[in-house]
Design a binder for this molecule. Structure first.
Ligand code: URP
Ligand code: ZN
Ligand code: ZN
Ligand code: ZN
Length: 473
């Protein structure tokens, strides 16, 4: 079995940082050693097939992005990253596991949709991947199918309070799905926006001639996120199901989540880098049709309303449990352009799977979160939340050798034009100057990125069969 020895770096975990060496055998971490053991270190270096010098750099668990939509059919088109291009871009950015969403549309069996997603991903992925299941039609058959999915390693289910006529579930359907998930011990994920009320606001805005991308934001106000979040929390409380609210952007919604957690409920919040850095005014409000680049739901929020500082604060308090990207890229050409003259036809989604680790590291640089919290929200907590810990999300003996060597003194420019590897014709973070750099990435012991070169291959990534040990933190 090939041995890799990583020495000289500072191993960062969710609970602390210290100078440690890491020994990998095959696909697995077999030892984490004090660097003081010089003789042993020299022996290991001599006997290793590969020695990686991490001096002056952080050695962290590979990122776990619990929220992606590779090649998702949505908004009359499909997300522009395939499992191949999207997982390659993830690897470039220091993410070594994604959990992607299988989509059930009305009329389909959840078991069939899972089989279809397996077929799309198999042999294509550069890094490991798991699946959540979107239930687009809550009925007896889907509810029965949930237990089969859990047995196959799909232990979390997403419902939508938004998108009437597409993925939307009524409160009654939500209650039934929550009851089923609670019985199974599975996690219920919620897109919490009041889609019925949003549709009225959208119709009224369009009737007033407000057709620009900016109005995507104004027709999805924070009140409708807070209301839906609160409703989801109450329904979850009735059923006892653990609730994970995805892509939270409104501070008021997070206040509801924090209050539920204070009351001892198993309620968890996820936010995304776009809500921490981008805004209604600066991005969605860009001139002409430019704002379409940032149409996603929940929407980018108004700076004037003070959401971003609160999101960062909740990241520190722990009421935001994880940071996922909600990676759902669409090109401007032929995709976002579907909504020229009508913002409601712009496919919803932002791509960012490649930038999450870097963007969140900026929070460390600015003193908003600690180094350890960076690792926790990007790597460890999603692994625990989604039943992959301690195989993923931690550097310790027995874990998969998913490891990133991160250079805090490096620099990454998310330049104008295509400086990224995602299959998008723009970047949502164009012009961002990043302090820090992903130098080396190992996925299950294999070096997939090293010193600016890509060494991965489609098909290396394997399906992660998750279990019900999700750690409710
Ligand atoms: O705009 C978004 N978020 N697109 C992806 C689908 C979803 O709701 O997560
Ligand atoms: Zn959603
Ligand atoms: Zn999503
Ligand atoms: Zn570097």
């Amino acid at each position: 079995m090939a041995r890799t020895f990583i020495h000289g770096g500072t191993v960062v975990s969710a609970t602390g940082s210290q100078p440690l060496d890491v020994l990998v055998e095959g696909e697995t971490i077999v030892a984490v050693l004090q660097p003081g053991s010089a003789a042993l270190g020299a022996d290991l270096a001599a006997s290793a097939d590969r020695v990686l010098d991490a001096t002056g750099r952080y050695v962290i668990p590979g990122g776990v992005d619990g929220h992606t939509h590779m090649q998702m059919p949505f908004g009359g088109t499909r997300a522009s990253d395939t499992f191949e291009t999207g997982t390659r871009a993830a690897a470039w950015g220091g993410t070594t596991t994604i959990v992607d969403f299988v989509v059930q549309k009305p009329g389909e069996r959840v078991q069939d949709t899972l089989a279809a997603w397996h077929a799309k991903a198999a042999g294509q992925c550069a890094i490991d991947y798991g699946f959540h299941q979107i239930i687009g039609q809550v009925d007896d058959e889907s509810l029965k199918g949930m237990s089969e999915l859990v047995a196959e390693g799909v232990t979390s289910f997403k419902l939508f309070m938004a998108y009437p006529g597409v993925f939307y579930s009524t409160d009654g359907q939500i209650l039934r799905a929550m009851q089923s998930a609670a019985e199974l011990g599975a996690l219920l994920m919620m897109h919490a926006e009041n889609g019925i009320a949003i549709d009225v606001l959208v119709e009224q805005a369009l009737a007033r001639g407000q057709t620009a991308p900016y109005f995507h934001g104004t027709t999805r106000p924070w009140q409708l996120e807070e209301e839906a979040t609160h409703r989801a929390i109450m329904l979850a409380e009735l059923t006892g199901v653990p609730l994970y609210v995805v892509h939270v952007s409104a501070r008021q919604a997070l206040a509801r989540i924090a209050a539920a957690r204070d009351a001892g409920r198993n309620v968890f919040g996820e936010t995304c880098p776009q809500y921490l850095y981008l805004s209604l005014e600066d991005q969605l409000g860009a001139a002409g049709f430019e704002g379409a680049k940032w149409v996603c739901s929940t929407p980018l929020r108004s700076k004037a309303e003070g959401h971003q500082d609160e999101l960062w604060r909740y990241l520190r308090t722990g009421d935001v449990t994880t940071v996922g990207t909600d990676h759902c890229p669409f090109c401007m050409k032929d995709q976002k352009e579907l909504g020229l003259g009508d913002f409601s036809k712009i496919p919803n989604g932002i791509g960012g799977v490649e930038h999450r680790m870097d963007l969140m590291f900026q929070g460390v640089r600015s003193g908003r979160i600690s180094l350890e919290r960076w690792v926790e929200v990007c790597c460890t907590a999603p692994a625990r939340m989604f039943g992959m810990y301690p195989r993923k999300g931690v550097i310790s003996p027995g874990a998969d050798a998913d490891i990133v060597i991160y250079d805090p003194d490096g620099h990454t420019s998310i330049g104008l034009g295509k400086t990224h590897h995602m299959n998008m014709d723009y970047s949502a973070y164009e012009g961002f100057e990043i302090d820090g750099h992903v130098d080396t990435v190992l996925s299950r012991g294999r070096v997939v990125v090293d010193g600016g070169g890509y060494l991965g291959r489609a098909g290396h990534g394997r399906f992660v069969k998750r279990d019900l040990s999700q750690n409710l933190i």
